[in-house]
Design a protein around this ligand. Structure first.
Ligand SMILES: Nc1ncnc2c1ncn2[C@@H]1O[C@H](COP(=O)(O)OP(=O)(O)OP(=O)(O)O)[C@@H](O)[C@H]1O
Length: 259
């Protein structure tokens, strides 16, 4: 089982931009994320969330600015080595269809020559609450939620301090989504990770994160705790997003006779 950690690393964005011909995806963002925190990136489609996230593990290279994980500049070394130290989970996680679950989870362990792979795979399956005998199953014999759990196990295999999640629950039904969200938050706390999660869903962000960054037009337009956002202290863009789950909750109470 991955050793319990005191705290994942901090992540600092310093005047980071990403420009494409005809589009500015991320526009001069500076923000510091404390080690051990769970930060949600929320915003409309096209606001720059995924681009900002993918610059951390260099799936996208910035046009300007720099990013540090702890004291290390991410641009300094080899991108492949950097990615081994960062967990990455995304929508419809790409499990290799011709490999069983155990082999999928152990891919990173194979690259680094880790010992007792079967033991590690069993521990990782325990960690994401999947039965150990799933190691022998093929990915197409799993539900979408189970596949995402395998993806999380694979992302944790090399004991990263930092987890990046890009709409990790996007393709799941609401019940599975809710369960997996709670499981991810519990893992974050237990392993002392730093987690940055992109989501469209403000309710999910408010429930799971310690801090919510709202993006619009490539910029961060609100940066606040869930409590502050719910108290209306996040500004107009944030208020508009918070209004959606709030209004849904109000209607449900009304239907249920709770006023
Ligand atoms: N390779 C690219 N070439 C040109 N423009 C791009 C490219 N990648 C992203 N963009 C543009 O940059 C902006 C930000 O995209 P990004 O994927 O970061 O948004 P997002 O907030 O994650 O959106 P979504 O929630 O829909 O995934 C968009 O306007 C997008 O069209």
């Amino acid at each position: 089982m991955p050793a319990s950690r005191v705290s994942g690393p901090s992540v600092a964005f310093d005047r980071v931009s990403k420009r494409y011909p005809g589009a500015v995806a991320v526009d001069d963002i500076s923000v510091e994320i404390a080690g051990g925190s769970f930060v949600a990136l929320v915003g409309a489609s096209g606001s720059g969330k995924s681009t900002l996230l993918k610059m951390v593990n260099r799936l996208i290279e910035p046009s300007a600015g720099g990013i540090r994980i702890g004291d290390a500049d991410v641009a300094a070394g080899d991108a492949h080595l950097l990615r081994r130290r960062i967990g990455y989970v995304f929508q419809n996680i790409g499990l290799f269809p011709h490999m069983n679950v155990g082999e999928n989870i152990a891919i990173g362990l194979r690259l680094t020559g880790g010992k007792d792979r079967a033991g590690r795979v069993a521990d990782l399956l325990d960690l994401v609450d999947l039965p150990r005998d799933f190691a022998g199953r093929m990915p197409d014999a799993l539900s979408g939620g189970q596949r995402q759990r395998v993806g999380v196990a694979r992302a944790l295999a090399l004991e990263p301090g930092l987890m990046l999640m890009d709409e990790p629950f996007g393709a799941l039904d609401p019940v599975t989504r809710d369960q997996l969200g709670i499981a991810i938050r519990a893992l974050h706390d237990r392993l002392g990770l730093t987690t940055i999660m992109v989501t469209h869903d403000m309710a999910e962000a408010l429930i799971l994160a310690d801090r919510v960054l709202v993006m619009a037009g490539g910029r961060i337009v609100a940066d606040a705790t869930p409590q502050a956002l719910l108290a209306g202290e996040g500004g107009a863009e944030a208020d508009a997003l918070v209004a959606v789950p709030r209004e849904q909750a109000r209607r449900l109470r009304e239907i249920g006779g709770g006023g």
